[in-house]
Design a protein around this ligand. Sequence first.
Ligand SMILES: [Zn+2]
Length: 279
Amino acid sequence: MIRSVESGNEALSVTWQSGGRSGFPNIWLRDNCHCAKCRDPRNGQRLFDALDLPAEPKPLEATLEHGAVVVRWAGEDHESRYPAGWLEAHDLSVDARAKRRVAHRYWGAEIANDLPQADWPLVLAEPAQELRMLEGLAAYGFVILHKVPPEHGQVAAVGDRLGHVRVTNYGQIFDVVSMPNPNNLAFTSAELGVHTDNPYRDPTPGLQLLHCLEADAPGGDTLLVDGFRAAEEMRRRHPEEFALLARLPLPFHFADAKADLRAISTTARCRHLICRRIR
Ligand SMILES: [Zn+2]
């Protein structure tokens, strides 16, 4: 709810019922006019060229009407209407932007008994469950998904629900099986230390899905480490070394008979360090 509004040469000042204030630059407001002349009402797409706007739009008048801010622009026969909810959702202040950002939760072993989890059939059936799963994924960077049918290709169905599966040199799915002449450590029965996957790829995977179809030997635990937390700890305890790694690009490389992949990056950009421990 807006208590009052005041126009200025540079920006419009909105005072909220709570007493807080937010500034909205005039040029930004004019560019974001959502009237039917400025945006196609069917799809919200822009109908004007930004270069056709006055170089420095100024309100002739800004008033409150039914809780919305209505601006009549100087030098133009144009009126814009900004609902309070829209202004609040687009508040440009540092605090408001910080609140809108996804809150990453840094974690360690203390969450072992309270992991973000979901049931695949429930996710498919109930939007609220799917939202909960996605919120867990956004906050923790991972989620454990139960009851995905143990069939080849199901992991891609999950991937396509979350977004779109990116096909790589490994194909759509990367089958991890023990092989006699492996081109990748993942195909051996060796214990893998914590690592980020595919740093040699650009872009690196945004999200990886691991689906265990069959575990016919003891062991094979999957360990997850929060890379964000590890980085934060390093930033705190070893700031100089952290700064060096953040500044110095390093080369990453993968090669087999079919592919040669290289990327240079200051950091491995995947959040989680993954380790499969074979006992
Ligand atoms: Zn307009």
